[in-house]
Design a binder for this molecule. Sequence first.
Ligand SMILES: Cc1cc2nc3c(=O)[nH]c(=O)nc-3n(C[C@H](O)[C@H](O)[C@H](O)COP(=O)(O)OP(=O)(O)OC[C@H]3O[C@@H](n4cnc5c(N)ncnc54)[C@H](O)[C@@H]3O)c2cc1C
Length: 288
Amino acid sequence: MKPSPFEYVRPETLDEALAVLARDPDESKVLAGGQSLIPMMNFRLARPERLVDINSIPDLAGTTTRDGRLHVGARTRHLTLQNTDLPGPLGHLLRRAAVNVGHLPIRTRGTFGGSIAHCDAASEWCLVATLLDAEMTVRSAARGERTIAAADFFQSIFTTAMESDEILTSISLPSLDDGYVTGISEFARRAGDFAIVAATAAVQVKDGVVTDARVSLGGVSEVPFRSTAAESAMLGQQWSPELVATAAEEAAAEVDPPSDTHGDADYRRDLVRALVPRALATTSPANR
Ligand SMILES: Cc1cc2nc3c(=O)[nH]c(=O)nc-3n(C[C@H](O)[C@H](O)[C@H](O)COP(=O)(O)OP(=O)(O)OC[C@H]3O[C@@H](n4cnc5c(N)ncnc54)[C@H](O)[C@@H]3O)c2cc1C
């Protein structure tokens, strides 16, 4: 299939891009890596009249650390994060998550911000953002900049809190201290496919006791799901294999997954039961 005809604009500054977008926001789309938008246009599931290509805007790419947070420019490629030399548990999680995003050509073009803006509930970056309470910075020509917490940002399938005249400029994540251990585990039928179910975890263990526990799940609801039941089960407890098994049971009992051609609700619940321990296995202090 070929897309409907569209106007293509490639601004070189963010202000220019925002001005073009402001002209007719509901008929325009931001083009980042094009790895989700272009297939949708080819299938005529999206028919924007104008594409605003942000690939020539230098400020939007790359990562910086300041004020205890990692700031990831929205058009930072998946591959950049796969190859990041960021030390510690956050760097570990970013590398492990990135390698699960599609295939190499997709990781070469696709962007961190594009995934977050696209808002697929099984997307690794949406899961990581939910897991770590990421903050999304967005900008419009009319209202300037605002920051949206992950809990408010992901609203439903392919729907975020961004307005159509806004561009996502950066995403910030907490720089986890060395007390944290992090992991991701997922199941897809074929390598490179979106996960049917995915689990990510970040657990802080001090003197053998869990002092912070975070678990997020993909493929079980319309948006990435924070398993508060699994987190509460671990918090304040002695870290042990039994605790991990309990957390997995709690997560499986808490989710209410959809059924579709990829797997019914019970199958997805079983995957949660299997994947939470695998994500936590990579976080085990013994494996650090
Ligand atoms: C075969 C295949 C397998 C894939 N497998 C996976 C997978 O396993 N896991 C996964 O997470 N993804 C997967 N993807 C999707 C891939 O990760 C995309 O890169 C990602 O979903 C979108 O990023 P993009 O930069 O390509 O965005 P685009 O396709 O350019 O844009 C996607 C949407 O986000 C909007 N947008 C993009 N950037 C911004 C911005 N800065 N501000 C405002 N709006 C913006 C666009 O307007 C559009 O609506 C797969 C894709 C393919 C084709």
